[in-house]
Design a protein around this ligand. Structure first.
Ligand code: CP
Length: 305
């Protein structure tokens, strides 16, 4: 029912109403207005990998809505010592109202959701990062006021962040162009789904090896890390392969002059993006990070209130 495992779980109308609700909650937060819609509710946060934004945005967001958040490192849970996901899901369902999990294989979150009687939210799996994509959409919407006629270019690794961004754009009718090296394309099952959705919304989906083609006339350029998140061993090889996909002044010059620069963070300056771009006038990366909290508050309210 109310899980968010991937953006496949949401219609474009669902997404639009989350964005509107996020904008309202953000305004209230800025005005110092207290909202207590989640009073008495508890969100458990299971992390099998480290996190700054996901953890703090969910914890702060829950508290701002009058609820509670429990940080559950998998190293401290019995999961880390072999208790099954299924049993963990059933036990946590006895205590709390929703679970957010950051894990590895996407099948793990599916298993958790199958056995939990409470909603499960994806805080990053190997295949998807839906909360990030909602914050990405919110950031684009705040600046461009509409999704009509937009083109978003993602350059780099066709990874979980790219997957969710592609689905988000296709659902909202935004043209999405992925510029990535051979062998680093988005997974076929994601591209197939995105093409299916795009056929109904009119969004144009392009996957190309050419970063210039990807970025040409884009309204937003998106970069993500090349070498973190467990890929440290192949780092040197990746740095070489991805070098032509660095977002720098030369590449960004092909985008529209009022392009937005987006990055899910953490960033590695002078790798996937130059400091001049990420710290420059077109960059909206910290607003984008902040929007994680606002859009997740809207999501939590929709799921739990
Ligand atoms: N963008 C993102 O998910 O950041 P964290 O890994 O810090 O949560």
């Amino acid at each position: 029912g109310k899980d968010l495992l991937t953006l496949k779980d949401l219609s474009s109308d669902d997404i639009m109403s989350l964005l509107e609700s996020a904008i309202e909650l953000k305004q209230k937060h800025k005005n110092g207005e207290i909202v207590t819609s989640l009073k008495g509710k508890t969100l458990g946060l299971i992390f099998e990998k480290s996190s700054t934004r996901t953890r703090v945005s969910f914890e702060a967001g829950m508290m701002q809505l009058g609820g509670n958040a429990l940080f559950l490192s998998s190293q401290d849970l019995q999961i880390g010592r072999g208790e099954t996901i299924a049993d963990t899901a059933r036990v946590l369902s006895e205590f709390i109202d929703a679970i957010m999990i950051r894990t590895f294989e996407h099948s793990k979150i599916e298993e958790l959701a199958d056995y939990a009687s409470i909603p499960v939210i994806n805080g990053l799996t190997d295949d998807y990062h839906p909360c990030q994509a909602l914050a990405d959409l919110l950031t684009i919407y705040e600046h461009k006021k509409s999704f009509e006629g937009l083109k978003v270019a993602y350059v780099g690794d066709g990874n979980n962040v790219a997957h969710s961004l592609m689905i988000a754009c296709a659902k909202m009718g935004i043209d999405i162009s992925i510029g990535c090296p051979d062998g680093y394309e988005p997974k076929d099952f994601v591209t197939a789904y995105v093409n299916e959705i795009a056929a109904t919304t009119g969004a144009k989906v392009t996957i190309t090896k050419d970063p210039v083609e990807a970025v040409k006339n884009a309204d937003a350029i998106y970069a993500d890390v090349w070498t973190s998140m467990g890929q440290e061993e192949e780092a040197q090889q990746r740095l070489k392969i991805f070098a032509p996909y660095q977002v720098n002044e030369e590449l960004a010059a092909y985008a529209k002059s009022d392009y937005l620069f987006l990055h899910c963070l953490p960033a590695h300056r002078e790798e996937e993006v130059t400091a001049s771009i990420i710290d420059g006038p077109n960059s909206v990366v910290f607003q984008q990070a902040g929007n994680r909290m606002h859009v997740q508050k809207a999501l939590l309210q929709a799921i739990l209130a």
